[in-house]
Design a protein around this ligand. Structure first.
Ligand SMILES: [Zn+2]
Length: 103
């Protein structure tokens, strides 16, 4: 486990997003227009990793334009889709990457 994990920025689709750590109620929040991801300064380790991935999936939906469509259909639809990634797709990817590098 990497305890020193605390990235200051992330590149998504070739665009840099600053990661700003601050006191906040939620784990993470995306300001797409300002290219900033706000993350709670109370979280660390794998929760922090999962939060940054979660916000990166929101960035993906914004860049693709899917976020606008999802918002028009139902306001919580984007969050539901991102949570499907969080709870189903991302654990598979993390597990397979771990297995790949352990072989
Ligand atoms: Zn979210």
């Amino acid at each position: 486990m990497r305890n020193n994990y605390k990235p200051k920025e992330i590149i998504v689709a070739g665009t840099k997003f600053d990661i700003v750590y601050k006191t906040m109620k939620d784990f993470g929040e995306l300001d797409f227009d300002e290219r900033k991801i706000y993350v709670s300064n109370k979280i660390k380790g794998e929760v922090l990793l999962d939060t940054i991935i979660h916000e990166a999936v929101h960035v993906m939906l914004s860049f693709s334009g899917l976020g606008y469509i999802l918002e028009d259909v139902q306001t919580e639809l984007e969050e539901a889709l991102v949570r499907a990634f969080d709870n189903i797709a991302i654990p598979i990817i993390k597990e397979q990457i771990k297995s790949y590098y352990e072989v």
